[in-house]
Design a protein around this ligand. Sequence first.
Ligand SMILES: *Cc1c(COP(=O)(O)O)cnc(C)c1O
Length: 250
Amino acid sequence: MLTTCFNVVGFNWMASPAATELETIVMDWLGDMLKLPNSFLFSGTDGGVLHGSTHESVVCTMASARDQILSRIGEENIGKLVAYGSDQTHSVIQKVSQIVGIPSKNFRAIETTISSSFTLSPETLRLTVCSDMEAGLVPFYLWATVGTTATTAADPLGPLCNVAKDYGMWVHVDAAYAGSACICPEFRQYIDGIEGANSFTLNAQKWFFTALDCCRLWVKNPSALTKSMSTDLEVLRNKASEWWTSKIGK
Ligand SMILES: *Cc1c(COP(=O)(O)O)cnc(C)c1O
């Protein structure tokens, strides 16, 4: 609300040091409330950013994951990259895959069952990943949801992150809908294992009742993100901005 009222132009630190630094403080407040590990906090080793929507945030994280893997296997192999989620995954992933150049046939919507409360099974994930690798494809992105929009299913983060780690995949945790509930100690267990994820989003305009649009994105190792997404426009640079970039560009 304040940002809208003041019409702050917070492109980067130079455009508005106050807005940028306030953003880091707010991200840490919310991170602390959720008891996020230090690897997601500015007061720890990394940090986050406020975006308009989950869509915007995931364009950034998926592009970072894409660039990270393509720098190893070569840009010509983009058609081999495969992303995984469950059949309960929000349509964001299909839209974003298209935007960042991943063929839609390379998204695996792994089937869930009522007996496992519509959660993504780590065993089925591993089998699907293995069969894709045998076919010469490259697993690169896992989408886990805490609180699916249809049934509030919460995927088991710890075991899923372990599978993803074995195959070098980026794990994004989408808690857009119900993640705010994890501030309550009795629901914090649903994000246990978050320390194994690379990025985490939560929409404040849903259960946190802020005005549209406000998505919080926390990223571990933000250098992957800044490497992919940074531009270097001359007019948005000065001595002080270089200092700030070196401070947060860790
Ligand atoms: C609402 C929702 C999204 C999409 O969020 P936007 O901010 O509209 O991009 C993604 N995932 C889940 C689980 C949602 O409920």
